[in-house]
Write a protein that binds this ligand. Structure first.
Ligand SMILES: [Zn+2]
Ligand SMILES: [Zn+2]
Length: 391
């Protein structure tokens, strides 16, 4: 077994330290009235405004072709006006209230850039203009939509049903995880292409059209269940290999380097981990030939479940937890306590861990802490990108 999970935590401050540290940022208080909340809100609003303006201005570079035609431009423009203006005003408020001016200044610069590029008056259509290629460079729109969706869903949920109520939203490691979220949503189209390519190159000769048609003609629910079983079986063994083979562990250790669990922590995945896991998982799906709608439904389920199981949520799901991977099940996978080493590899269905002897789900207990033992990857997106390649 690779030594990694089970010694005491040396890094990562404990939660009370984290709360105490978090009450001050750069030596200044973050309480209400200090310009911190207005500064963070200003950056979020004006940053989102700037990204949306970039999407409208350069649709063929920054927006996904499949989404372009659905954007209601008049509503987007009205929202842009509110978002950019309030970002600007919050920025001024933060400048007035806060001694350090970096938050307010950054927000105002973002708002001004958004205004210079056309702001809410921007006239260019977001719809494909004929010259726009199907494959854009970066999916900025996908990033903005995803961030809004997940924040709106999980920030209130994790407040009301927190497993660790003392854990702040901006907890230890949030910048690293947000960078992963940013990179993976921005590159979502390229990752999809690279995921499908190996199967198409290696297995096109196996394809039997009559077989594929009969698979795709099954009822949708049955296809989705079959996809879940097949992909989870494949993922189980790839995941286990990532833990057992030292060379692969260096890539997967990045995912396990998260020391705080919440909805964002699941984004922390090395690109090699993502491509190898998804590339192999897609192979049986490609050969079997499921219907597009079944694949899409599976995509929604895997995204929701993968985000949900990392969340800081205390739901245990009663007897359902024996049949579905839940936050408690996956939190144990992330624990560095000795009882949890190399346990709970499944992503959807714990049945594989039952069958292959890696199931660990104590009745009421949750892990005390998370992380990696032995050689720990450094914090930071770029450092972690290069770390597995260094000896
Ligand atoms: Zn793992
Ligand atoms: Zn995980």
């Amino acid at each position: 077994m690779i030594e990694k999970n089970s010694q005491t935590h040396s890094d990562g401050a404990d939660s009370s330290d984290e709360v105490r540290q978090f009450s001050r940022v750069d030596g200044e208080s973050v309480r209400f009235g200090t310009g911190w909340i207005s500064g963070v809100a200003a950056i979020a609003l004006s940053g989102a405004g700037l990204l949306v303006v970039l999407c409208i201005r350069f649709p063929s570079i920054f927006t996904m072709s499949v989404l372009r035609e659905y954007y209601p431009i008049p509503i987007v423009r009205a929202l842009l006006y509110v978002v950019i203006t309030s970002g600007f005003l919050f920025g001024i408020l933060s400048l007035v209230l806060r001694r350090r001016k970096v938050l307010g200044t950054t927000a105002i610069v973002f708002a001004l850039f958004a205004g210079l590029l056309g702001g809410a008056q921007i006239q260019l259509p977001i719809a494909p203009d004929g010259s726009a290629p199907a494959q854009s460079l970066l999916s900025v729109d996908w990033f903005v939509l995803n961030l809004m969706f997940w924040c709106a869903l999980f920030i209130p949920l994790e407040r009301w049903f927190a497993l660790r109520a003392e854990q702040p939203v901006f907890r230890h490691g949030w910048r690293t995880d947000l960078s992963y979220f940013f990179a993976s949503t921005l590159a979502v189209q390229w990752v999809a292409i690279l995921t499908m390519k190996p199967a198409q190159i290696l297995f096109s000769w196996v394809i039997d059209e009559s077989w594929r048609t009969s698979v795709a003609n099954q009822p949708l629910a049955l296809q989705v269940l079959e996809i879940l079983l097949v992909t989870d079986f494949v993922q189980y063994w790839i995941h286990r290999a990532f833990h057992r083979i030292p060379l692969l562990w260096r890539f997967h250790a990045i995912h396990h380097s998260a020391e705080r669990m919440d909805w964002l922590a699941g984004s922390r995945l090395h690109i090699v981990d993502i491509l190898l896991t998804r590339g192999c998982t897609y192979m049986p799906l490609f050969i079997l030939g499921f219907a597009d709608l079944a694949l899409l439904t599976y995509g929604v389920i895997v995204t929701l479940q993968a985000t949900f199981v990392h969340a800081n949520l205390r739901f245990t799901f009663g007897p359902l937890r024996y049949f579905l991977v839940t936050p408690q099940f996956h939190h144990w996978h992330h624990s560095d306590q000795s009882e949890a080493i190399d346990k709970n590899f499944a992503i959807h269905l714990p049945i594989w861990d039952w069958m292959f002897g890696s199931y660990h789900l104590p009745d009421r207990r949750w892990p005390d802490h998370y992380g990696v033992q032995g050689e720990r990857p450094p914090e930071g997106f770029l450092k972690q990108l290069l770390w597995p390649f260094k000896r």
